[in-house]
Design a protein around this ligand. Structure first.
Ligand code: PMV
Length: 309
C-alpha cells in the first residue's frame, strides 16, 4: 500500500519575532510551494528516506533532518505500528527561507502517515505531531508556522490564544522574493532574545510597536481598508525588524529595489537574516513588473500571490 500527504508553505504577513513575545501575527498559506510525501511499507529492518537533500537510511540522516528523524518513529510508536517504511519527500519549498519548510515537511509526513495508519487526516490529529517536530527543529517556536500550514487558511495568531481565522476584504498583490541566503530561524530568534536581555526597554518597545502594527494591518485587511496604509505599515514593521537585528545586506538590497520601483511597502518575512522579502504592489500588473525587477536585482526566485482574491 502507498499513501501520500501534501502540504503547502506559508508566509508571515506581519508579526514575526514579536509573536514569540505574545503579540499577534498574521500569516497565509502559500500554495505555490509545497511538499508531497509518499510512503510505502518495505521489507527490511530500517526506514529509508528518499529526498533531494539526502537519500539513505533514516537513522543515518544528517543533523538538519533531526526533526524528521524523530517524527516518523514518534508517530509509529503512538499508534503501535511496527512497519518499516520508505519515505519519499518531493519538495518545491526552499529550505530555510522563512516559508515554513520544517512545518511543511512535518505536515506532509504526518498526513501521509495518518493515511497509512488508517487514521482520520484532520487538523486536530495532525497539529500535535507538527508541533512535536517544530519543537525539535526550532527550540521554542511560537506555533504560528505549524498552525498556518496545518489549517491552510489565513490566520490571526497569538501564542496564548491560538488561531482565529481571518476573512479578507482587500486583495493584497504581493511578490515574495527569495534572497537565496538561508535564514536560520533558531539563530535569529536567539539573537532577538539576546538583544531583549541586554536592552530590555528599547526592545520591549519595538516588540509592542510591531504588535500594534499587526493589529492595524489586521483592521485594514478585514474592513475594506487602504492598500497604501498597509504598505506604510509594512515599511514601519521592516524598520523595527532592522532594529531587532534580523535584516541582512541581501534583504536590504531587495527592499531598496522594491521601494525604487514604487512598491507600496516591503518587509522581510519569517526569521530574517536571509530568506524572503514580501513586497506589496498596486495590482497584478505592477506585481509582475516588480518580480522582474527583483530578479534583476538578485532575487533567486519570485512568486506572485494575490492574497484575498
Ligand atoms: O522563519 P520561519 O518561517 O520559521 O518563521 C519564524 C517566525 C518567528 O516569529 C521568527 C519565530 C516563531 O517561532 O514564531
Amino acid at each position: 500500500m502507498q499513501t501520500q500527504g501534501i502540504a503547502s508553505a506559508k508566509f508571515i504577513l506581519c508579526g514575526e519575532h514579536s509573536v514569540v513575545y505574545g503579540e499577534p501575527a498574521i500569516s497565509f498559506p502559500f500554495k505555490q510551494a509545497r511538499i508531497i510525501t509518499t510512503l510505502k511499507e518495505i521489507e527490511g529492518s530500517e526506514h529509508q528516506l528518499i529526498s533531494d537533500f539526502y537519500t539513505g537510511t533514516l537513522s543515518q540522516a544528517p543533523e538538519k533532518l533531526t526533526a524528521v528523524k524523530a517524527l516518523i518513529p514518534h508517530i509509529l510508536k503512538r499508534y503501535q505500528c511496527h512497519s518499516v517504511l520508505e519515505i519519499t519527500i518531493d519538495s518545491s519549498v526552499p529550505v530555510g527561507r522563512g516559508l515554513g519548510s520544517s512545518a511543511v515537511v512535518a505536515t506532509s509526513i504526518t498526513r501521509a502517515m495518518l493515511a497509512f495508519l488508517k487514521r482520520p487526516v484532520i487538523s486536530s490529529n495532525v497539529l500535535p505531531f507538527v508541533n512535536f517536530s517544530e519543537d525539535i527543529a526550532h527550540g521554542n517556536p511560537s506555533g504560528v508556522d505549524a498552525i498556518t500550514v496545518v489549517n491552510e487558511q489565513a490566520v490571526w495568531f497569538e501564542k496564548e490564544k491560538g488561531l482565529q481565522s481571518l476573512s479578507l476584504n482587500l486583495t493584497l498583490p504581493i511578490v515574495v522574493a527569495d534572497t537565496g541566503i538561508p535564514s536560520e530561524t533558531r539563530a535569529s530568534v536567539a539573537a532577538v532574545r539576546d538583544l531583549y536581555q541586554k536592552n530590555n526597554i528599547e526592545v520591549s518597545a519595538c516588540i509592542s510597536q510591531l504588535g500594534e502594527i499587526s493589529r492595524e494591518i489586521g483592521k485594514e485587511i478585514t474592513t475594506h481598508g487602504d492598500l497604501h496604509t498597509v504598505g506604510d505599515l509594512f515599511n514601519q514593521a521592516h524598520q523595527l525588524l532592522c532594529k531587532l537585528s534580523v535584516s541582512s545586506p541581501e534583504i536590504e538590497n531587495l527592499i531598496t529595489c522594491a521601494l525604487d520601483n514604487q512598491a507600496l511597502g516591503a518587509k522581510l518575512t519569517g526569521g530574517g537574516r536571509g530568506g524572503c522579502v514580501i513586497v506589496l504592489c498596486k495590482d497584478k500588473q505592477h506585481a509582475q513588473k516588480m518580480a522582474t525587477q527583483l530578479s534583476a536585482a538578485g532575487a533567486i526566485k519570485t512568486w506572485i500571490s494575490m492574497i484575498g482574491e
